[in-house]
Ligand binder design. Sequence first.
Ligand code: ADP
Ligand code: MG
Length: 264
Amino acid sequence: MSKPSRIITVANQKGGVGKTTTAINLATALAAIGERALIIDIDPQGNASTGLGIDRQARMTSSYDVLTGAVGIRDAAMETAVPGLSIVPSTLDLLGIEMEISSAPDRVLKLRRALRQAPEGVPYSYVLIDCPPSLNLLTLNAMAAADSVLVPLQCEFFALEGLSQLLETVEQIRSSINPNLSIQGIVLTMFDRRNNLANQVVEDVRAYMGETVYETVIPRNVRVSEAPSYGKPAILYDLKCAGSQAYLQLASEVIRRERRLRAA
Ligand code: ADP
Ligand code: MG
């Protein structure tokens, strides 16, 4: 039997903090070390899908179809150029989903149900859900479906702003529909060590959030930002660059934490 999958939601209601970059590169790193990985792109902008080279015309089935129950996860998943990494892409249909499901009693449980209904489970050891920059119904669906939440925080002045609201939302989901939901960790992104403010932010976030923060810090790296325009994860585009190396290191921390969470 295949190992049960671990479902990790990558969330932060702020845009541009590195959610998609983290989802793509963490999933690629996990696939590179032999884990079968799936990304579910639930951001209508579809940056994870584009960043993995899935053209809009090629998106026959999407996370929209999964949320409406029309298509199962396995059938909606497409292979990517990364061996071992698949994606359920997003389409602009998702823009309408909140309206469509908002009056359904199970509106927060759509994704959870889809992941649980898959016959014989899903053949992935890691499922990463890339969320939109909002605490909307899509993000709530992702939290309701997940084992844990991974929060990217950009190393900038307002890094911690909004974090308490995010953590409260996680707590609400935990106390209502998903009691096993935990925080996987907080990853500091786009760190520039020559910037005094960035150094201060790292210190502050560590002081405030303690061990929740991963040891790995993702540096700001131009190769990481170039990669999506080639439809590739940074790890494929330039394995040796500091950003790719940091994401490989993050993957091993994530795996260590998952083992600990699973054992608990
Ligand atoms: P989000 O999904 O939270 O909106 P993205 O992952 O799309 O954020 O990142 C926002 C922008 O910052 C993108 O243009 C991305 O390429 C860039 N970026 C993300 N991480 C890095 C990094 N480590 N170094 C340089 N640029 C980065
Ligand atoms: Mg994004």
